[in-house]
Design a protein around this ligand. Structure first.
Ligand code: GRF
Length: 214
């Protein structure tokens, strides 16, 4: 069994999608939040998953917080650490410690729109296609090797909420898929800085969702 630790800060719907996927060979050993009021903690408790809070406000520095977080994570002997709406910028030391076994989901088609407020910025930029990306985490924010992406159309009349909701449906599809590939040992980092999924065709991996009725 591969041990998976999931880090959240809020609602935890991606964590929930991963748990509900019941990925063979994966055991969700802990859900850890940096916020005591994260909604996702309740789901974890209801599903008898160990949940813990490391409140970042209790630490004098980013380094001290990350060190405490890493100590807690390591107690669960993780094979994979999954950032699922974890809203803290991590130190290089933390990222290096989990190099190659730290995944994140970002609500845009990277490298477009790294950082915050991605849906608002996509609307402001007038893009016609938007989406979401699962990637390995490297020290540069929202910049690591891409595992899988899914695209959605931007429809006339969209606002931030409607676009976010359309993207979220895809997040809930691709994150469990990425975790499944990792657990199956099929993700390979390429020399060119990308990711190859063993056993998949060389074609693009992901989904482009056709326009739907508004
Ligand atoms: C998601 O949109 C994720 O891409 C972003 O934060 C949001 C978290 O949602 N990083 P949830 O907590 O998984 O519901």
């Amino acid at each position: 069994m591969k041990h998976v630790v999931i880090l959240i800060s809020g609602r935890g719907s991606n964590m929930e999608a991963i748990v509900r996927a019941q990925i063979p060979g994966a055991r969700i050993v802990a859900v850890i939040s940096n916020r005591p009021d994260a909604g996702g903690l309740e789901f974890a408790a209801r599903h008898s998953i160990a949940s813990q809070v490391v409140d970042h406000r209790a630490f004098p520095s980013r380094e001290a917080f990350d060190a405490a977080l890493a100590e807690l994570i390591d107690g669960f002997s993780p094979d994979l650490v999954v950032l699922a709406g974890f809203m803290r910028v991590l130190t290089d030391a933390f990222v290096s410690r989990y190099a190659g076994r730290l995944l994140n989901i970002h609500p845009s088609l990277l490298p477009s729109f790294p950082g915050l407020h991605t849906h608002r910025r996509a609307l402001e930029a007038g893009v016609r296609v938007h989406g979401t990306t699962v990637h390995f985490v490297t020290p540069t924010l929202d910049c690591g090797p891409i595992v899988i992406q899914a695209a959605v159309p931007v429809l006339p009349g969209d606002d931030e909420a409607s676009l976010a909701a359309r993207v979220l449906v895809q997040e809930h599809r691709i994150y469990p898929q990425a975790v499944r590939w990792f657990v199956e040992g099929r993700l390979r980092l390429t020399e060119a800085g990308g990711v190859r999924v063993e056993g998949e065709s060389d074609g693009p991996i992901g989904w482009t969702v056709p326009p739907v009725e508004a």
